[in-house]
Design a protein around this ligand. Structure first.
Ligand code: FES
Ligand SMILES: [Fe+2]
Length: 351
């Protein structure tokens, strides 16, 4: 997997604290910005890499993303509204069609030609795993390093999409925490792990064309504490992590009786120290079970992680390996950092 070459499109917003080159590299990639079910004809603002975007659906059902700034006088278009297939700015009523072209200036109804300068900056939209994905600079969807959640539309797996979670921490730190197997016993001892079982057995991690692949086998149950007796005593739990840099990772967990749970950890890097986390998941067991219980268990685990991620310093991931200490069980996260460093992200990668 190679870094995607630069192309000239929008610049880094001036208030952004990302290093210029880091922003240029990260802006080539694709990220989820919202759940499809949360998009409506009422425009809303979402933020990706410090750039505000207006997200809305037109009458045809098409979902659009445009830079959230009117080309006329800079009012956020998310304060406007949709009529049919047209987005209308609330300040002087300019109309924008589905291509982002200005189709009407109400103050000058006789204008025969409206300049391209009035056009919106639009962003591509890809719908995947119940989420709206986009990229600021990456225009070619075929170059995107989308994570693979192949059970999302399977008839034998139930697809579940909990609400997103806002984290006051960087996406790199959050993602690294998701693939960290040594923290289970310490951070998740109330949910499923055990402080008396902290040892991480040796595991393998390999580079792939999309990122990295880790296979981790241990006796750490993935059942909540109350039902851990349901697994046979000698059951070994297999957890497979597939990391799709920069900020997505898939976790596949094999349960007793051929149960499979897949969890996609997909970060939207809102800013250098803010993340909106989306977690689509699928399972082939308990498929008619109580969804609220799934939401609650996930919320508990991610809240436990959140406390750590929001407290870490520096806020961004230090790609210079000498800035932090590492032990053998960190091999996945060390490889993850090396990939980001190879892409040209700054060694300090911090502010
Ligand atoms: S600022 Fe949008 S129409 Fe004038
Ligand atoms: Fe965790």
């Amino acid at each position: 997997m190679n870094a995607i070459p630069f192309i000239n499109l929008p610049n880094k917003p001036c208030h952004s604290q990302f290093d210029d080159q880091d922003w240029q590299i990260l802006a080539q990639h694709w990220y989820p910005v919202a759940r499809i079910e949360d998009v409506s004809s009422k425009p809303q603002q979402v933020t990706l890499l410090d750039m505000n975007l207006a997200l809305y659906k037109t009458e045809t059902g098409q979902i659009h993303l445009a830079r959230d700034i009117c080309p006329h006088r800079g009012v956020p278009l998310s304060k406007g509204w949709v009529e049919g297939d047209t987005l209308i700015c609330p300040y002087h009523g300019l109309h924008f069609n589905e291509d982002g072209k200005c189709s009407k200036i109400p103050a000058q109804p006789d204008l025969t030609h409206i300049s391209e300068r009035f056009s919106l900056t639009k962003f591509p939209v890809v719908l995947k795993y119940g989420l709206v994905w986009t990229s600021i600079l990456g225009r070619d969807e075929s170059l995107a390093n989308f994570p693979v959640l192949d059970t999302w539309e399977s008839e034998t797996h139930q697809a579940i999409l909990p609400p997103s979670v806002d984290i006051a921490g960087s996406s790199g730190r959050q993602l690294e925490g998701f693939i960290d197997v040594a923290h289970f016993a310490w951070v998740h001892h109330q949910a499923f792990a055990d402080r008396h079982n902290p040892v991480v057995p040796k595991y393998s991690t390999e580079r792939t064309d999309y990122g990295l692949h880790t296979n981790y086998i241990s006796n750490v149950s993935n059942y909540p504490h109350g039902i851990q007796h349901l697994a046979p005593d000698d059951f070994l739990w297999e957890r497979i992590f597939d990391v799709y840099p920069p900020f997505s990772a898939m976790l596949t967990i094999h349960f007793p009786n051929d149960g499979v749970l897949k969890i996609l950890n997909a970060c939207c890097p809102v800013s250098h120290n803010k993340t909106r986390l989306f977690v689509p998941l699928t399972r082939n067991f308990d498929t008619t079970g109580d969804l609220q219980a799934v939401y609650d268990f996930n919320a508990q685990i991610f809240a436990e992680d959140q406390e750590m991620v929001e407290a870490q310093k520096p806020e961004e991931l230090p790609l210079d390996m000498s800035m932090e200490a590492h032990f053998e069980a960190d091999r996945s996260s060390a490889m993850y950092r090396r990939i980001l460093a190879e892409w040209g992200l700054s060694k300090r990668y911090t502010v």
